[in-house]
Ligand binder design. Sequence first.
Ligand SMILES: Cc1cc2nc3c(=O)[nH]c(=O)nc-3n(C[C@H](O)[C@H](O)[C@H](O)COP(=O)(O)OP(=O)(O)OC[C@H]3O[C@@H](n4cnc5c(N)ncnc54)[C@H](O)[C@@H]3O)c2cc1C
Length: 435
Amino acid sequence: MGKPYVSWARYPYTSQQAVDLQWRTDLLPDVPSVLPQGNARSYGDSCMNHGGLVASTRFMRRFMDFDPQSGLLRCEAGLQLADILNVVEPQGWFLPVTPGTKFVTVGGAIANDVHGKNHHLEGSFGNHVTQFELLRTDGSRRLCSPTENTDWFDATIGGLGLTGLITWAELQLKRVPNSAINLETIKYQDLATFFKLSEESEATHEYTAAWVDCLAAREKLGRGHFLRGNHARITQPKPAAAKLKLAMPIDPPLSLVNSLSLRAFNALYYNRLFQERTFATVHYDPFFYPLDFVHDWNRMYGPKGFLQYQCVVPNETSYDAIREILQRIADANSGSFLVVLKVFGKVPSRGMLSFPRPGATLALDFPYHGNKTMALFDQLDEVVVQAGGAIYPAKDAHMKGEHFRQFYPRHDDFKQFKDPGISSSFWRRVMEENT
Ligand SMILES: Cc1cc2nc3c(=O)[nH]c(=O)nc-3n(C[C@H](O)[C@H](O)[C@H](O)COP(=O)(O)OP(=O)(O)OC[C@H]3O[C@@H](n4cnc5c(N)ncnc54)[C@H](O)[C@@H]3O)c2cc1C
């Protein structure tokens, strides 16, 4: 049996083996159950394969081609977004969509069809992939694109690594004038104001998202800081990338996040803005990737780890559903400092199992307290089900199979593209176990 292994949220622990794939991989290992893996920045069990093997792409990280005229980039699937930015941003190009960490691979970004702060304009990562190669465990290879093998293309985008290994991919990058972002931060009072700000910013701002004080209740429920930004046109001098990096040096024996520290942090953080609006020109790093400045921040939750809960609820039900969810979290005196609320736009996701869809998405961490945490998640799930929403597999270690099948109605179509030699802990939990 393999060694104990965890994903980013350090819950659940699995026992599995790992093998490193190499450049020009010919074959996936011939074992009963293998799973492609990127940088294991998914929070739950979708990048894990308990009792099986993970095939890591961490050494498949070469640039293959980059055209600085058109912004077309071709690379191996294990290349991380951080490496791409280092090369292309000085040449006036940027990622068309980026999640809140740059330490994810291109393969992982495709397989979860990740989204960012510009979903309302650009959709998700898969909308900007022009082609990739898919290697199956039977050794066959397919070139997939919006015009070739399109059903395989759509199954693999957001396909959780289950259709085969993406060996390389091609992306269309976007032009940017420089590395700076013009950022406006608005301290707002309640949930209704969040939705108003979000609506009024859609046409004027490329990037929008809010930090929410998850313990604020009653008339303050949903209060937070609304962030909206655009790539700066002219900046002299350009803001520099911060050099200082912090790290969690040890594993604290207990979670540093508890109701006392959370209440104190949220009150201080919310009130750190004296004015209702502030304007700043910042480097893209702290704007997109604030958490990347603290290496191993996931250790602050102690040895039991944590879970992230990310849902999306349709626009028609979003105000009431997000209100209900936040109220239940505040009543439970739970959650963490890391809470993000954003409204997704209407650009359709390509993937059969893609998570992004029109509506409001809320993401937040919870220290793991066993049944207490799971019981709260059961309550939140019911609100999401009633609202007609969905939960994000990339962040999940809890959802029931019946809910997954309801949230992702194309799971039956998807099954015909699943590679029989590939499986994951997540897939078995939601599709094969009797839940
Ligand atoms: C701090 C932080 C912030 C985040 N913010 C966001 C966010 O804003 N938006 C968002 O959408 N997500 C976000 N995430 C989640 C993260 O972007 C996704 O989980 C991403 O897919 C992780 O990529 P990875 O390379 O680490 O892949 P892994 O986590 O290792 O794998 C993810 C999935 O991709 C599959 N896979 C990996 N490589 C390949 C390949 N070559 N071929 C086929 N399948 C493959 C795996 O089987 C697995 O199913 C965040 C995560 C962190 C830690």
